[in-house]
Write a protein that binds this ligand. Structure first.
Ligand code: CMP
Length: 147
């Protein structure tokens, strides 16, 4: 069983799409273990997107991610990391397939709706970054043993 980190970005909150994205996760039978609204400080954006700090579009990411609160979600399930990335679709909504979250809800790279950890190593670091070992809950569901 894997746990991964998802961020619902400012455009998702502003457009009232939190529920629709959560529904996609739940209907896939992924388990929501943690869910919180929070503001990303410039320091947190710099840490999270450290690998993009030299890119010309980094200032755009900074203003995008700090303009409105985000929703951080810890999600678990069998193969959760790859499964969530599949649901999410390509980074650029222009390239994301219809049926994926970005393909259905996003129009341009400047509002790509959602972030999801891309590997087990990244998920561990990112879960710690956004939840700090707190506010993640384990609980049983009736059908968990068949997943
Ligand atoms: P995310 O999946 O959070 O990972 C890196 C983020 O950088 C990506 O989603 C986009 O929000 C952003 N990003 C990547 N490429 C570009 C680009 N060319 N212009 C603007 N933002 C980008």
């Amino acid at each position: 069983m894997e746990t991964t980190l998802i961020l619902l970005k400012p455009d998702t909150v502003e457009r009232g799409l939190i529920g629709q994205v959560l529904t996609r996760l739940e209907q896939k039978w992924l388990k929501i273990n943690g869910l919180k609204m929070m503001e990303m400080t410039p320091e947190l954006v710099s840490e999270h997107y450290d690998f993009l700090a030299d890119k010309p579009f980094f200032p755009k990411i900074m203003s995008y991610m700090t303009r409105t609160p985000i929703v951080a979600i810890a999600v678990s399930g069998a193969n959760a990391i790859a499964t969530v990335r599949m649901l999410t679709g390509a980074t650029n909504p222009q390239e994301a397939l219809p049926g994926s979250i970005r393909g259905d809800f996003g129009l341009t790279i400047d509002g790509n709706i959602i972030h999801a950890s891309d590997s087990a190593e990244t998920a561990e670091v990112e879960l710690k970054r956004f939840f700090g070992g707190k506010d993640i809950y384990e609980y049983a569901r009736g059908f968990d043993d068949v997943l």
